[in-house]
Design a protein around this ligand. Sequence first.
Ligand code: TIU
Length: 229
Amino acid sequence: MKQMIAVDAEPYSYEMEPERTAFIVIDMQSDFVYPGGFGEMLGNDVSLLLKAIPPTRKVLEAVRKAGLKVVHTREGHRPDLADCPISKQKRGKLKVGIGDRGPMGRVLVRGNKGHAIIDELEPLPGEPIIDKPGKGAFYATDLEGILHNWGIKYLVVSGVTTEVCVHTTVREANDRGYECLVLEDCVASYFPEFQEVGLKMIKAQGGIFGWVSDSETFIAALPAPRNNT
Ligand code: TIU
């Protein structure tokens, strides 16, 4: 029988079917989160992003216990940069840009230290990692096929940055018919005002892109841990 649960959220209660829900962790990579990475090279203070790690870790542990599907994404490019638009390579006129050598290897290039998902949120075997060349997790990836094969309708969203890759992914998902719940303490921006307004934009107009809640409220609403015996 179909099991539905309700999560206290804005603009109103988020109703989801755990069997058809995936938790997505967007771009929690050293290049965005840690000092010395691409985010810092863009002129950003990365300290605000570090705050999202502990709550996201708690949610990861809880959804794994509850038996929800989990998927991770990484923004980055092939070593030959053939999948990186010239516009993206040139943008910002950076001294050390995409593909160049930085303190954590080649910036945003697959296989380099900066591109890797941070240890605190390490994916488990069986949790797909989506390598994406753009900001949105649906563009030029196999995410949609994976979610389709899993029968997913509900996406619970975490990751960085709120107004860039999180927003782009939520907008892409919303247009494809997914019901998105963004956990406000599990997403982060380099800019406090963008964090605030980014979340407002999701839940405004009756939830134009989706719903907003927080990690504790979501964890409390999850079904009892699955008995794997
Ligand atoms: N710069 C910035 O805020 N974000 C990105 O470039 N990528 C993601 O958000 N993942």
